[in-house]
Design a protein around this ligand. Sequence first.
Ligand code: PRP
Ligand code: URA
Length: 285
Amino acid sequence: MTGSSSARDRHPDPAAPGTPDDRPGAAPDPTPRATPDPPSGTTSGTTSGTTSASRSASDAHRPDRAPATVPPAPSPYPTLALARHPLVHHKLTLLRDRHTSTKIFKELVDEIALLLAYEATGDLPLEPAPVETPLEPTVGYRVSGKKLTLVPILRAGLGMVDGVLRLVPGARVGHVGLYRDHDTLEPVDYYFRVPGDVAERDFFVLDPMLATGGSATSAVSSLKRAGARRIRLLCIVAAPAGVERLARAHPDVRVFAAALDRELNAQGYILPGLGDAGDRLFGTR
Ligand code: PRP
Ligand code: URA
């Protein structure tokens, strides 16, 4: 795009030849902090973000209290795995930028989803697989896990489907339709459709935002009612309240996120967050 002033133009990919290293967190920290709060075993937090986990997330997002090392900080929750790859954090910063266009936003969600899927599939079981190379027979491996099904939560989760499918092209795709009631912030269920043989499948629920956790908790409950047993959530930005609510309702569901943000505002938006993911993906505001 010639003459564009998109965020990506202003923060080029670090891998591009001749570009400066502008990865988030690379700036020197004038006031190094002690190690982050220890993991909290209990999940008694509220949406106000007053737990030790949210205080830890809070410090990491204050410009005057930059983390001493590049992200991620260790996850303060046993159910939450935070992405480690520097490119995830670089791309996430572009995603947060209010100047990022809808087109670039969509591309970034897609790319981060692929990288999250890489992390979330890291423990897939393997089985031996005989193969003949052009020179001789040998034994390699193939993934022996259950059939994988992606379940985007409409609308914003749709933006993550193609990225995950590029890594796992054989996955099936179901859909859960939910939106948050603006007043109560509770999810309203409007659609549910997943492939059959539910008990035989591994499910990845996809949603860029885990805010109050109401939507993710409801989606997981619907999947379990349909017979699903193995479910993971891939999200881009998580809030402490959402991680805690999901863990209280479904402690067996692991969450793979790019970042754990500070807290929710009074309207249930994640701070610092990235705004309304659905609107930014589909250009509806
Ligand atoms: C957003 C987001 C999540 C939900 C998260 O969807 O994509 O589904 O909010 O919030 P929660 O954790 O508090 O439930 P939204 O309801 O805005 O619908 P949309 O994707 O159709 O815009
Ligand atoms: N949904 C969004 O799209 N963004 C938030 O910050 C919270 C919920």
